[in-house]
Design a protein around this ligand. Structure first.
Ligand SMILES: Nc1ncnc2c1ncn2[C@@H]1O[C@H](COP(=O)(O)OP(=O)(O)OP(=O)(O)O)[C@@H](O)[C@H]1O
Ligand SMILES: [Mg+2]
Length: 488
């Protein structure tokens, strides 16, 4: 095959006063992968939604194998040969993996589903292809994160699309999983599909794509080989940013005093599955402690136990008193605030309303100051102040979740995977903000991350959580040689 499978030209999209996509154009040939990069909110997901017909373009053409489909309804665009992997997984929870894939194959007539044995067979084949062969009959809520993402890949290619749009496939995956997913996506190329790939994992993107297009504020910045685009001055400034530096830590005696948070022998069972086993850790006032662990290691369960969201054995003490029996709201009022991995934003409320909810217990002047400080920290949130949280880009939602937690002026801030979906330049900003926060306040931080390049530079101490247990504890400087192998 030759020529062009996907041809986009003059694509334009406005949301009210905001131009989210401005005169964007590119082509992708069969067997080619184009990477689309740009900071959070630059319009990448919107470009995909416009191609897929989920949003209607204000102007522009979208040709699939020569046919202009711009403005068509999504199901017709799907039939014309386009599949999409969304930034966030949305499986049907009551259907099995196999049923989810089967349904994705039949957007036109559900009635024919039962009657077509080849459908089941093909669904099985696809499941095998993406590595879900062992979990065909499980339900999505019981699957590990990477398998949920695999299922989205499977659904996207279920109807054998010529063009595949993949939005942030690597977010939340471990280095090994990123490799496995890259191999799958390279497989799409080998099958002659045209692939459009968005992700903030620069290494993952560069290793995989044939070309890269960079956007900023809805506009074209650069296009070319990955090496050329990454070397582009504007791309470096607005997207890549600088290296995350090790920050000077407040001068405190880290071995003195009683711990502020003391987790002693905590165990959690989900049914028969042991999510945490005899976990002990402590955090002293003003310390910054990182818990490093891969997906499913138990980080979120640990944080949820501390916050009173799951029942546990063992003990959690806060400022010397046991927390058991206190509601999550009481625990939060006591100063422990979690920014959860799932964000838990109020989607229909505006950015400002979400933040004000976080600050409702502050005095009005204090609330204003805190809001000003957070808007200075995340300027995009000020620009999106009146926008419904639901319509924010992935990274903007993450920033809002972090800002809302900070709005509560926590004594202990628990950050669960804050780096998920953030552009490199924003990670650098967040990193500086945390350093600044420590310099200017008495905040204590407990951070859960699998991204060790973010987790280590700030940490006074590090714990490694693996398969429900703490397997290493120590100084970040010793991490690389003693514990790092699987994480670096
Ligand atoms: N329905 C909507 N109404 C108003 N604004 C919107 C809507 N959808 C998206 N936007 C805005 O358009 C801009 C582009 O959003 P988009 O989701 O395309 O960004 P993105 O490049 O995918 O970012 P990220 O990397 O954070 O996912 C964002 O600033 C977002 O807030
Ligand atoms: Mg996006």
């Amino acid at each position: 095959m030759s020529g062009v499978l996907l041809d986009v030209a003059g694509l334009h999209k406005r949301f009210g006063g905001l131009v989210a996509v401005k005169d964007i154009g590119f082509t992708i040939a069969p067997g080619e992968i184009l990477g689309l990069i740009g900071p959070n909110g630059s319009g990448k997901s919107t470009v995909m939604k416009l191609i897929m017909g989920i949003e209607k373009p204000n102007a522009g053409v979208v040709r699939i194998a020569g046919q202009d489909v711009a403005g068509w309804p999504t199901h017709r665009i799907a039939r014309a040969g386009v599949g999409i992997v969304f930034q966030h997984s949305r499986p049907l929870h009551r259907q099995t993996v196999l049923e989810n894939i089967k349904l994705a194959m039949l957007p036109d007539s559900l009635l024919r589903l039962a009657a077509a044995p080849h459908v089941a067979e093909r669904a099985r084949e696809i499941a095998e292809l993406v590595g879900l062969g062992q979990v065909l009959h499980r339900h999505p809520p019981t699957l590990p994160f990477a398998d949920l993402r695999r299922m989205e890949l499977a659904k996207a290619i279920a109807r054998d699309p010529k063009v595949v749009l993949i939005d942030e496939p690597f977010a939340g995956l471990t280095a090994a999983e990123v490799q496995a997913f890259s191999a799958l996506i390279a497989g799409f190329r080998a099958q002659g599909r045209a692939v459009l790939l968005v992700d903030h994992n620069v290494k993952g993107v560069v290793a995989l794509v044939d070309r890269v297009l960079a956007m900023y504020l809805g506009e074209y910045v650069a296009e070319g080989s990955a090496a050329d685009v990454m070397a582009n001055e504007t791309v470096r400034r607005v997207y890549l940013g600088g290296k995350i530096e090790t920050h000077a830590r407040p001068d405190l005696d880290r071995h003195a005093g009683a711990p502020l948070l003391d987790v002693r022998g905590v165990s959690v069972l989900y049914g028969k599955a042991q999510a945490l086993q005899d976990v002990s850790l402590h955090v002293r006032e003003q310390e910054f402690v990182s818990v490093v662990g891969l997906n499913g290691a138990g980080k979120t369960t640990l944080f949820n136990a501390i916050c009173g969201l799951v029942p546990y054995g063992g003990e959690v003490a806060w400022d010397g008193a046991a927390l058991r029996g206190q509601s999550t709201a009481m625990i939060a009022r006591g100063g422990i605030v979690q920014c959860p991995e799932t964000r838990e934003l109020f989607g229909d409320m505006s950015v400002r309303e979400n933040l004000e909810l976080g600050g409702q217990r502050l005095a009005p002047s204090e609330r204003r100051d805190q809001l000003d400080w957070l808007f200075a920290l995340f300027p995009i949130l000020l620009q999106r102040e009146r926008q419904a949280a639901r319509t924010l880009s992935g990274g903007e939602q993450q920033m809002l979740a972090i800002a809302r937690a900070l709005m509560m002026k926590p004594r202990l801030l628990i950050l669960d995977e804050p780096t998920l979906g953030l552009a490199p330049v924003i990670l650098e900003q967040l990193s500086k903000a945390l350093a600044e926060l420590r310099r200017t306040t008495k905040i204590t931080v407990l951070l859960g991350e699998q991204n060790v390049t973010f987790a280590l530079p700030h940490a006074d101490r590090v714990y490694v959580l693996e398969h429900a247990r703490i397997i290493w504890e120590g100084d970040p400087a010793r991490f690389a040689e003693e514990a790092g192998a699987g994480y670096l």
